[in-house]
Structure formats: C-alpha cells, structure tokens
Write a protein that binds this ligand. Sequence first.
Ligand code: PBG
Length: 327
Amino acid sequence: MHRPRRNRRTPAIRSMVRETLLTPADFILPLFFHDDAEDVEIGAMPGVTRWSLDGLVREAGAAHALGIPAIILFPKIKDGLKTPMAHEASNDEGLVPRAIRLIRAVHPTLCIITDVALDPYNSDGHDGIVQRDANGNITILNDETVWILCEQALCHARAGADIVAPSDMMDGRVAAIRSALDEEDFTQVSILSYTAKYASAFYGPFRGALDSAPKEGDKKTYQMDPANGREAIREALLDEAEGADMLMVKPAGLYLDIIAQVRASSSLPLAAYQVSGEYLMLKSAAASGWLDEKAIVLESLTAIKRAGADMILTYFAKQACGWLKEL
Ligand code: PBG
C-alpha cells in the first residue's frame, strides 16, 4: 500500500522533504518616509511607520542586520510640491534622492530599490500625467508619462539606487527607461518591472499612508483587470523583451495562479508584492485573537514562494525574520 504519511512522520523527516524554505534573503522591505522630524504610526497599517529621514536610515539598517538584502522606498511628498506634471519626481534634491544618499552612506551593502511612478508627485494622484477634455473626462497619457518616468529613474540612479522599479503600468516604459539609463552610463542599474500589477482594491491602506489616492477616476485604464490571467503572460513577455531584469506580480496572496503562470513563462527572477491590504487583513485577523499571527504570516509567505516567487515584498519582513529564527 502507498503510504505518503511516512514522509510526514517526524519533524526530522518533514524537514528533509520540505520543498519550500523561507529565508531572510527572500524579503524586500517596503519603507514609508516623509520630510518631517517625526516618526508617525500609520493608522491603517498597525506596526508600520512613516519614518523621518533619520528613522528611515535606522530602520533600513535594522532590516539589513536581520539579513534582509533590500528595501524599497515610498515617499510621502508634501502637498505644496505636487504639480500636474509631477516635476518633483526628478528633483535631485528631492526626498527620494536625499534618502538614497543618506542610506547608501551608512549601509553601503544594502540593496536600494526605488518605485518609479508619478502618483506621490502629481496633483491628480495618478501614476501618469492626466489630460482633461472639454467635458472634463480624464485620460492618463502614456508616452508623455514614459518620458517623465525616464527622468525619474535617472534621478534615482544618479543618487545611487541599485534597482528602479516602475510601478506605473504605462506601455513601453521598460524599454524607454533601459535606454535612458544606458545612455547616461547607468548600465549597472537594474529594472524590476511591476509586470502584472492589478487594479486591486487591496492598495487602500498604502494610498492612505502616502496620501496618494487618485483625486478623480480610478486606475483601471493602466493597471490590469483582476479577472485576467493570460494578459499577465503578455505583459511578462513584453517586459522581458524590453530588457527588464526582474518581474513582479502584485498583489500576491490572491494572485498565486498568476505568480505560477509568470514563473512558467519567463526565466527572469520573479518578485511578488504582499500589499498593504493583505497586510491589514492578516494583522486584523490576528488581532481578533482567532488566528495565530506567526502561523498565518509564515504560511502566507510560504505559499507565495511555493507558487514561484523568488522575492517577496512584504511589510512583515522584519517580523518574519524573527519568527524564522525561532523555527
Ligand atoms: C504606486 C504604488 C502603489 C503600491 C505600490 N506602488 C499604489 C497604487 O498603485 O495605487 C501599492 C502597495 C501596497 O498597497 O502595499 N504606483
């Protein structure tokens, strides 16, 4: 008789046959920050802070000390600096380049990733430039936006970013950013493309944290329809052909099928982003007392890795490192 249970009989045997192992090296920690002296708790994301620049540098170091190889930076830009053309996105003295330089000076071996998109910088709260017609209908302009994204990516590269991660979902941006970087001799700066980024309702807490929600309309003309799977493959093949170094699926936990399909159709390293709403769901469930936080978080991260992700962007990164040590 076949008895698969023999392989589950003792902890020692289970550890030998385990197919998926989480390690701190799998994690990328997203960090929020602002141009203010205070470190502020983010209401919708218990345990997550919007840091001052000092706090940000300290937190980046704390993550690195736990074995986390990379952080990704999300700035909250002051309202007065937001314009329709998002000029602040490529200001060399802006918040992101200053943060990169400060972190780089103190933690030279930490991998610094930046988000390339206009939503924190443009007064419309969209990832691209907004055009209004006579009736007030809005269009998110593609090619005009791509040009500004190139400027933004160059600004991050000049400040010392290792990887730029376009999250805007404009068409053709990976190729454009790659040639802009190469022309300025930033041939070593990588592109982590948000390949399959869905128009998800699970970004709510993030937009609250950065005050970056669209003022008008939604993001459905550029982010993907949650109903579509094949389209993710199309995006992945295009990003690979355009020169992306790494791909990303976002959100993660509800999109494990997409992670598996993209994994199967591209040989590039694949990241998955466990987004703010997923974090909030798990935190709230744990706070209810009905579910065990450590167990559900490690199970959810393991599932994302098992589906095919090589790297996981997660707000749980530091906590998870602590729990992994206890195992
Ligand atoms: C912005 C961006 C968003 C997230 C990452 N980059 C929000 C959005 O597209 O509206 C969401 C991350 C999260 O919810 O944790 N381009």
